[in-house]
Design a protein around this ligand. Structure first.
Ligand code: ATP
Length: 889
């Protein structure tokens, strides 16, 4: 848009241009009556994104002005779509009554201003939010310049619930930390985004990152800005935060101020998340394990979808957060397990609890809207209902001896302000309207004055009915009606043919003639109108005042209400995990500080369910033991060979998922499990092509493998599937070979390694903690039967051709492949297997051998071309070489 140049625009356009200039990176929703209108380029963008008509409205600089509009009543739907597409929207409202503007003179435009910037990370409307997903706005800061001294920190908030957290991070792990949160938006200093060193991070974050001027992140003023926001003299009461953490948190507040303008969100005090307290899961692992969404980005099919039995939005959000950030402290994990165990032991009460929670309104989000003054009567209703249900839940567990986490939750419920519940109950009607602006949400008896005004209004309605009957009688016109509209107010309407009767009568003033009717006003009606309007206005005023008083009363109890909401979410999650454990026969894993990893009869939580639903076949449970073998200090590595389709990937993943489930405090799909805390989880399973980023499948595989070999430690769990298969056989085999040696000798990590390179199984003779395992198959009348059973041992074949046949490869191709395989096996296989290992030095981790010194003998040999020599010359060359061999090198 280049609207500002040239001749003078109309006053309205001038106002529009000024406001748009102040918000260049947003689509401007410009309020005009019952519509938000968009102009110029914004109009084209919105019309395309929303599928709405692109029209024109007047001219600017001699050109038509493109325009698109959305009705205010359905603006939320359009906002949702635009936000989903990554746009930001500035909502510009009329901030004075049009009557005021008229008083200033004919050409005055109504004052307008932007009241809010709607961005993906700052939405609070129920309709714009997903109930079971937190909506995080994060900020990343870097202090201390570039290089090794740089200090990184993250702060994140969910404006819709008031949650506020911060955590130190680093250049290396910031991307993993950010992606673990799945923020909707992350605010970063523009200087950081422009730093080439950070390019890979920002490339991955893409549109999630919102660059802001670096002064927003100023470290020196951060503490003071935080203190001011929370109204405290010092932050020491909240925790001991680093300067980088405070900088990120202060930037977050500044961004909220910028987007929320007048409204001040009620955020909880910032809490620090210690990075060591959670299992580190890098982005590739997170994606490949499909923890909260599948590789295609859907929730359906993810581990989260498979385990989510919660019945409330807040519960579902808490479960997602726990799954995304599994813990590393055995005591904290045990505390969560104890809650599940408690509810598992008392199924009847757990069931009653779930029934009491089912369909509970989202108190956290209602509180946030109340604090931002964006709430409606149903948000007050949510407080009322939650308090009622909380009392019922408390009653349910009266006298119960609960442990740590649940004991705390019950205490929070007991501390809820039940007086507030009574007050809300006595004031709010049973059925509440969405918006407060039309009233109708206070119950009868809530306020004497209100009842009076309402009675007057209702009486007036009866008076209208009586008046109509009287007019009918007096005029003899039986089809005479009293009607109402916003333009005329109350009026008398008769069919056109009867119009003359009224025109002739005293007291009926003609107002309008329509195609089939005539309309009249009377003095009595005008008088009535005034009384009704006054009564309505009085009633509305009383209701709005009562709303404000109730809102203030709720905000005064914010802390207690928040803790109560959190307690209900904890109860919901614990009961949901108990339900899951009971329905699926899951067990409580022992999680401790050892290096054990022993799972008996483990199952894959997602595949098991999918299998049951599709073929009805049972899932074959399998053991896995990576605990340090007797006499060893480090965990074991299992080298898994087996046929294609044998279930290797499923087995690998299921053990990674069991570790995650165990450390989030859930039960696990197994008959017994002992897990020494995993501090870091790496999984390289299946190809996650990154072709769009300009890296080939093999390159991505190697980058991820490099990350694992560079970072894994003894507490790490590594899951590697078919490393090296994306290149020539010998290259791939060599890489797989070297990678396993490194894992065993240098990283000393617990690992599961699946491969089709059967040559590698011979490594178990040299690596003391490496064990061979294989997927059993049965051959029967030329068919392969996959048993999906993991046993000790080595597979001798991959059955690739059988699988290819099952997949429908043409019979001729299958037959030819069999021939080729036979030839290959005859010619090469036996030899290769026997000599392969002997040809290789044992460990790649060994110091490299010194560079060979060029010998004169070799040089002389190099210079001889046997085909070009006569027999005599050949004999001479031989003598010369013998002579050289006698000399010392
Ligand atoms: N333990 C099990 N019990 C029952 N069915 C299983 C089990 N494990 C795997 N399956 C079934 O076998 C299919 C193939 O499993 P998976 O992909 O793990 O095999 P794979 O050995 O990794 O194959 P490839 O080497 O071809 O990648 C799965 O989709 C699943 O339906």
């Amino acid at each position: 848009m280049n609207a500002a140049a040239g001749s003078a625009p109309t006053p309205m356009m001038a106002q529009y241009i000024e406001i748009k200039a102040a918000n260049p990176d947003c689509l401007l929703f410009y309020r005009m009556g019952d519509f938000y209108e968009l102009f110029f380029d914004d109009a084209s963008v919105a019309s395309q994104a929303l599928g709405i008509a692109l029209t024109r409205r007047g001219k600017h600089l001699g050109q038509d002005i493109p325009m698109a509009g959305v009705p205010v009543v359905s603006a939320d739907d359009y906002l949702q779509k635009l936000i989903g597409l990554g746009h930001r929207v500035a909502v510009c409202e009329q901030i004075e009554d049009p009557a005021e503007a008229r008083k200033r003179g004919g050409k005055s435009v109504v004052r307008r201003d932007v009241v809010r910037l709607v961005t993906p990370g700052t939405i609070t409307e129920e309709t714009l939010l997903e109930p079971g997903r937190p909506n995080y706005l994060a900020a990343l800061s870097r202090l201390g310049g570039t290089g090794d001294k740089a200090e990184f920190a993250l702060a994140w908030t969910d404006l819709s619930t008031g949650l506020f957290r911060l955590s130190p991070t680093s250049r290396e792990r910031c991307l993993a930390d950010i992606l673990a949160l799945e923020p909707s938006e992350i605010v970063v200093p523009d200087t950081l985004q422009a730093d080439p060193e950070m390019a890979p991070v920002f490339k991955r974050l893409g549109r999630l990152a919102t660059p802001e001027p670096a002064p927003l992140f100023d470290g020196t003023s951060a503490e003071e800005r935080l203190c001011r926001f929370f109204g405290v003299a010092t932050l020491s009461g909240f925790g001991d935060f680093s300067r980088a953490e405070m900088s990120a948190a202060a930037a977050l507040l500044a961004y909220l101020k910028k987007t929320q303008l007048a409204a001040r969100p009620a955020l909880e005090r910032p809490r620090r998340v210690d990075p060591g307290a959670v299992m580190l899961i890098d982005p590739a692992t997170r994606a490949s394990l499909e923890l909260t969404r599948t590789l295609s980005g859907k929730r359906q099919g993810s581990l989260l979808a498979a385990i989510d039995r919660t019945v409330t939005g807040a519960g579902s959000r808490l479960l997602a957060t726990r799954l995304a950030l599994p813990l590393t402290d055995p005591a904290a994990i045990a505390a969560r397990q104890a809650s599940v165990a408690f509810l598992l032991a008392d199924r009847a009460r757990a069931h009653a609890l779930r029934e009491a929670l089912r369909g509970l309104p989202d108190l956290e989000r209602a509180l946030s809207r109340l604090s931002l003054d964006r709430a409606g009567p149903r948000d007050l209703g949510a407080v009322r209902e939650t308090l009622g249900r909380a009392a019922a839940v408390s009653g349910l567990f009266e006298g119960a001896e609960a442990e740590a986490e649940l004991a705390q939750a019950f205490a929070a419920l007991a501390a809820l302000p039940q007086g507030l519940a009574q007050r809300l109950e006595s004031q709010l009607a049973d059925d509440l309207p969405l918006l407060k602006r039309e009233g109708g949400f206070l119950r009868e008896g809530a306020a004497a004055e209100l009842d009076e005004a309402r009675a007057l209004r209702d009486r007036s309605r009866k008076v209208v009915a009586d008046l109509q009957a009287r007019y009918c009688q007096e005029t003899g016109l039986r089809s005479l009606k009293i009607r109402h509209n916003n333009v005329l107010g109350y009026f008398v309407e008769v069919p056109e043919a009867q119009g003359p009767t009224l025109l002739a009568r005293e007291g009926f003033n003609h107002r309008q003639t329509l195609a089939s009717a005539m309309r009249f006003s009377t003095l009595e009606l005008a008088d009535l109108e005034m009384r009704i309007v006054e009564a309505g206005a009085t009633a509305l005023k009383i209701e709005l005042e009562a709303f404000e008083a109730l809102r203030a009363a709720v905000l005064a109890e914010m802390e207690a209400l928040r803790r109560g909401a959190e307690a209900l979410a904890v109860l919901d999650v614990s009961a949901a995990l108990a339900e899951l454990a009971s329905a699926g026969d899951w067990v409580r894993p022992l999680v401790d500080d050892s290096l054990a990893f022993a799972v008996e009869c483990g199952r894959h939580p997602v595949v098991e369910v999918a299998l049951k639903a599709s073929t009805g076949e049972p899932f074959v449970a399998n053991d896995c033991d990576l605990s340090p073998p007797a006499g060893e200090k480090a965990g074991a590595i299992w080298l898994l060979t087996g046929p294609n389709m044998g279930g290797k990937s499923t087995f690998l993943r299921q053990n990674a998922l069991i570790a995650v489930l165990a450390q989030m405090g859930a039960y696990v799909p197994a008959t017994k499990a002992h897990i020494g805390v995993v501090d870091r989880l790496f999984s390289r399973v299946g190809a996650s092509d990154d072709l769009a980023e300009g890296r080939s499948t093999f390159m991505v595989e190697m980058v991820e493998t490099a990350a694992i070999l560079n970072q894994a430690g003894p507490r790490t769990l590594v899951i590697l599937d078919e490393i090296g298969r994306g290149t020539a056989t010998y290259d791939g085999l060599s890489i797989a070979f070297a990678a396993i040696e490194h894992l065993h000798e240098v990283n000393r990590a617990r690992a599961l390694f699946a491969t089709h390179y059967h040559e590698m199984t011979a490594l178990s003779a040299r690596l003391s903690r490496l064990k061979n395992a294989t997927m059993r198959v049965k051959e029967w009348e030329g068919e392969v039967l996959f048993l999906h059973e993991v046993t000790a041992g080595v597979a001798d074949r991959s059955y690739g051709i059988q699988v290819a046949r099952l997949a429908g490869l043409p019979a001729a191709v299958v037959a030819r492949a069999k021939d080729v395989l036979k030839q290959l096996e005859k010619g090469e296989r036996g030899e290769r297997r026997a000599t392969f290992l002997d040809d290789l030095p044992l460990f790649a981790a060994r110091p490299a051998a010194p560079e060979p010194v060029a010998s004169p003998l070799a040089e002389a040999l190099e210079g001889i071309d046997p085909d070009a020599l006569t027999p005599r010359e050949a004999l001479e060359a031989l003598y010369r070489l013998k002579g050289l061999a006698r000399e010392k090198p």
